[in-house]
Design a protein around this ligand. Sequence first.
Ligand code: ADP
Length: 542
Amino acid sequence: MLGLMQQWPLLCHKILDNAAIQHGKREIVSRSCEGPIVRTNYVELRQRSLKVAQRLERDGFKLGDRIATLAWNTGRHLEAWYGIMGIGAIYHTLNPRLFPEQIVWIMNHAEDQAIFVDLTFMPLVEKIAGAVPSLKKVIVLTDKAHMPATSLPNAVAYEEWLAEADGDFEWASVDENTAAGMCYTSGTTGEPKGVLYSHRSNVLHAMIAAMPDAMGISSRDVVLPVVPMFHANAWGLGQSAPMIGAKLVMPGGKMDGASIYELLDTEQVSFTAAVPTVWLMLLQYLQETGKKLPYLKKVVIGGSACPRAITQKFQDNYDVQVIHAWGMTEMSPLGTLGTLKPEYAGLTGDARLNVQQTQGFAPFGVEMKVTDDNDNTHPWDGKTFGRLKVRGPAVANAYYGGAGAEQFDADGWFDTGDVAHIDPNGYMQITDRAKDVIKSGGEWISTIELENLAVGHPDVAEAAAIGIRHSKWDERPLLVVVKKPGKEPSRDDILGFMSGKIAKWWMPDDVAFVAEIPHTATGKIQKSALRAQFRDYRLPTD
Ligand code: ADP
């Protein structure tokens, strides 16, 4: 027997409709690419999104078209997203930090039909547009006065283009499983792979993300997504914030400590989210200037492991709650968040920080398990680590075009490629990427644990552990270290500091000092490049 309840398809534009009705005057504040701070609200944002949709349709774009965006977090970028989805087309965020050849590869794979681009990235688009035959139109996110002279034949200034529409338009009525958005993984191994979100998965993810023990945001919050919309959908905040009617503050292209502080302060931001590097810059700025954070209540930190010192400084020095989060593009992207269950809520000091070093627990809508290489499930004992697998309504069930099929199994589990353990209370901790873990004599050594320990040394700026071929043990760890400016730690200093804090057989066999450690476009240590660099390295123990 079927239930007698209404069919109310979960469509992204309903988020914006509701925001305009219930929270219409709430502001969206953007640092524009032209410079000034620009203010709009949910009523206006919805109206302009309708114009984007109307205008796109008039230009001949249609259901299922992939429309790229190459832009910072601004109100205009958000309007473009909702306008694109509003005709049943698919917003495709491009990461400007990738190499131009990678962007060309991705755009051709997706067959992007048009692109919305910020002024900052015009030189990049001018360089690559000729190599993307499917591209019919370039919409420059600016007004006529700021429109640059360009060699592109099909470029228009966004405001001029938009002014030709009146917004008298109806959102496309599509099935909730229709594709809405697209984002490619950065392809640190092999070619980038396309993840295709649906309206339904976006709406459900927004609801999951907003829940109290996840991000826990409400209409009383002022939300600053520093994490870019081109990096895993700004962790869903472009949908969660309008869904619950929070004021949004969009940082544009400026993410240095002073610029972020200015927005936190003048807009009285209560909630923000970004990768650890952004917070290192902010904390340094605060330390240098002696400024405080009177309005900020919560910061979500993820994308790579959050160093303990960042969590400690935010909480102890500035009274800001840190939520360590883990996720990936394939998960829309949230997977786990480190809010405290009653079992841990009473903890203080180091015991609390220990829990916050884990990546937290999965909210409703994310199932997790950890298995060995033969898919046998490990116990949740907080120490047995293995392959982390997930499933849920906002988790990919395939990549666009069918690449990477081996990561999806018949029961719907997606192999994340991460290695982790889960404790009896459900708190998951990433110990490595499956391709980075060091396999020594048949046992696994966590490179992340070695790195976290090494960066605790006062003279170490950054550290990366990689496996080096060893005739007896297969692989043994080499620790690659960048020294802090003006400091000269020795190999023995660092090994002495680590000794006794980890199992003896986990200790690195050697330390190599380098000027710089290579990073990916999303700020992660590029282990593949590092392994190539040290391919011929001979360990003193071999
Ligand atoms: P990209 O490689 O483009 O950055 P993602 O943003 O999807 O792609 O990266 C997801 C990966 O980032 C995860 O599989 C995991 O390895 C890593 N990651 C994300 N958050 C954390 C975290 N809090 N701690 C450790 N690793 C993390």
